[in-house]
Structures are given as C-alpha cells and as structure tokens.
Design a protein around this ligand. Structure first.
Ligand code: FE
Ligand code: FE
Length: 375
C-alpha cells in the first residue's frame, strides 16, 4: 500500500526546515510521497505576507527536483476557509487505496481538539507530529523527532523587511523569487515618502540620485542592489539637521565623537544618519549602516558597499561640477578603488581650499587603499 503524507502550512515563505521535516518524515514513516498543501490565507492578515499564488510558487520552486515531494493547490484554490477535515476527505477520495498521513507541528497538536470535526478526522488518516524537543505525544498520534531547526518563516519575513540576508534559510530558487517579486520588503515608498518630508528638495533629489547610482555600481561590481539602494536613500537622512542639533543627538544617544569629529561638524551627519536609519527607518543590516556611517570620511578596510556609496555620493547625476568629477565618473566603472581615491582627493582639495579642518579619517582611508594597491 502506498503511503502518502499531507503537510499543510502557510509556508510564508517555505524554508529549508520545512523540506527537512518532510524528508525526515519520509524516512521515519517509510512514506512514498509528501504533499505540501499551502493554506489559503486571508489577504487581510496583519503584517507583510505573500499572496496565495506566491506562496504556492515558492513551494513549487523549493521542491523542484525532489522526487518524493510535491505541492497541491487544493486549499489555495478554495475561496473560503478550508478545514483540514475537507482537505483530508478530498485526498481520501483522490487516493482511495493509499494509507494517508497528516503531518503537523507540536503547536497544532496542542490545539488539536479545537479542530473542526477532529474526532472524525482521526478516523480518516494517521497523524504524525514533529517535535523539536521530544514533547509528550500520545497515541493515536505518532511522533517524529526532528533535530532542532532554528529557522522560522516569521523570522525570515522580519529579516527581509530589515534588509538582512536569508540565503542560508531558503533555497536559492526561493530566494531569487522573493527578490524578483520584492516579497516581504518594507516598501521603498514608505522610506522615500518620509525622506521627502524631512529633506530639502535639492537634498532629496540628491538622495534619489545616489540611490540609483549605487544600484548601478552594485550591479557592475556584484554587490547586493537592495542594500545599495537603501544605503543610498538613507545616507543623508540626517543632513537636514543643524550642527547644534547633530551634537545634541550625539549626546542624547551616546553616539561617540572623537576630538577630530568635533572639529569637523559637517561629517557628523553620517554618524547620525546611520543612527536614524536604524531607529527611524528600521534598517538593521550592519553593512548598510556602516556604509552610511562611513560615507563622509571613509575608513580603513572599507566594504564594497561602503565604497559604492562613497563614490555614488560624489558622482550622482545631480552633483554640481567640481574639479576631478569627470575623471571620477570615467573611473568608477573601471576601477572602483581608483575612483574612490580620486573622490577622496577631491574632498581633500576642497577642504583645503576652504581652509576648513581636514578630518584625518579621510587621509587614513585613502592611505589604506593606496597601500593595499601596492601589494
Ligand atoms: Fe552626506
Ligand atoms: Fe550625500
């Protein structure tokens, strides 16, 4: 007799843990097939969730090439709420000569007696409960112990919203799908709207120019384009504040300032910008925050993203001309480090010309790149 297990869930999104559970179930219960059944979700559910079609497509992609794993759109296709009882009844009809299993998590096990027609349901199929820590599962339920899986869909959605990487939690194809469709992302629209309200029009336009230029550079040099766009958008988020306001914020939130920083107030908007990006705009990714933090002076050992933001800031299309700009624009797609050094040189000349204090951070950053270039 063929043994088939149904595996229901919202799969929002499906992750590597789900697939692992199904494979463990196959080996422990000697199953011939596990059918994933994404549930239909009400579109009004709170938070950022993916549509029925997107969740179905992601499951399909995650299971591609897996012989014993498949996906059914039975619950997704239903326009009304679908009880497991209906699903199991339907599959019973579809596979009359098979032994049917239903895989659930221990959280669902706890609530099982609240399920619609749960007693009848127990007569229709066998229930396998997967547990992480060997909870007390009583007959007729069967227990499948799984190794602790530290992946959760909720956390994945949260990470994506904050611009963090989830490449280790979902399959490559699912990740590509999420990116292509822009799923779970806090919309750039919200950020842009807020920036437009805070920044002067010219600064706001500069911001959009830097974001676009950063994306172009990220594509060219193989950096993450989402991170580049966000860092570009937010790099000057504190630029509307006066020196006094910037100093006050640094005091209030313990943003450390060196003696040199205090002598060069114009650069402090970078530090406060990184702080605002985190606190006001919800960006948690440290690479993005570092790129914002370092966009005025640069630093030793800059990340690719930091270099991109630095150069994009200097070269965005709306930048007023300065000595060396056309050369930097020529260099930026040939040799990012050379464009970076040329950008820093332009900053240094400008500061000297104005007779302002030259922050030693710029010189250190520049020397670091030049020394590395010689090796
Ligand atoms: Fe800036
Ligand atoms: Fe800028």
């Amino acid at each position: 007799m063929r043994k088939i297990a149904l595996f229901g869930g919202s799969f929002d999104p499906i992750h590597k843990g789900h697939v692992e559970i199904a494979k463990i179930a196959i080996s422990k219960l000697n199953l011939d097939e596990v059918i994933f059944i994404p549930s239909g979700i009400s579109p009004h559910k709170a938070g950022l969730t993916a549509s029925n079609d997107d969740r179905y497509n992601m499951v399909r992609l995650a299971l591609e090439g897996e012989e014993r794993l498949s996906v059914s759109d039975f619950e997704i296709k239903k326009e009304t709420k679908c009880y497991s009882f209906e699903t199991v009844t339907e599959f019973k009809k579809m596979y009359p000569s098979c032994e049917l299993y239903f895989i659930i998590g221990d959280d669902q096990y706890e609530k099982f007696t609240t399920w619609y027609k749960w007693e009848e349901l127990l007569g229709l199929c066998r229930f396998a409960v997967f547990t992480r820590d060997g909870g007390e599962i009583k007959p007729p339920f069967m227990e499948i112990k799984i190794p602790p899986i530290k992946i959760s869909s909720t956390e994945i959605r949260e990470k994506i919203k904050n611009g963090e990487d989830v490449g280790s939690e979902v399959s490559e194809k699912v990740l590509a799908y999420i990116k292509e469709k822009g799923l779970y992302k806090k919309s750039y629209g919200e950020i842009i709207k807020k920036l437009k309200e805070t920044l002067k029009e010219s600064r706001f336009n500069h911001t959009l120019g830097v974001a676009d230029t950063a994306v172009a550079l990220a594509k060219h040099y193989g950096a993450d384009t989402d991170k580049a766009y966000l860092a570009g958008l937010l790099h000057d988020s504190a630029k509307n504040l006066s020196d006094d306001e910037l100093f006050a914020l640094c005091d209030k939130y313990n943003i450390p300032l060196s003696e040199d920083d205090r002598k060069a107030p114009p650069i402090i908007h970078s530090y406060v910008g990184a702080f605002l990006a985190k606190e006001e705009y919800g960006i948690k990714d440290s690479e993005i925050l570092d790129a914002i933090y370092n966009h005025s002076t640069g630093c030793e050992n800059m990340s690719l993203l930091s270099k991109i933001i630095f150069v994009a800031d200097m070269t965005e299309p709306g930048r007023r001309d300065f000595p060396g700009l056309s050369e930097i624009r020529k260099l930026m797609y040939e040799d990012l480090d050379k464009a970076l050094v040329a950008s820093m040189d332009a900053n240094i000349s400008y500061t000297k010309m104005k007779g302002a204090f030259l922050h030693p951070g710029t010189l250190k950053a520049r020397d670091f790149i030049l020394a590395k270039g010689k090796n």
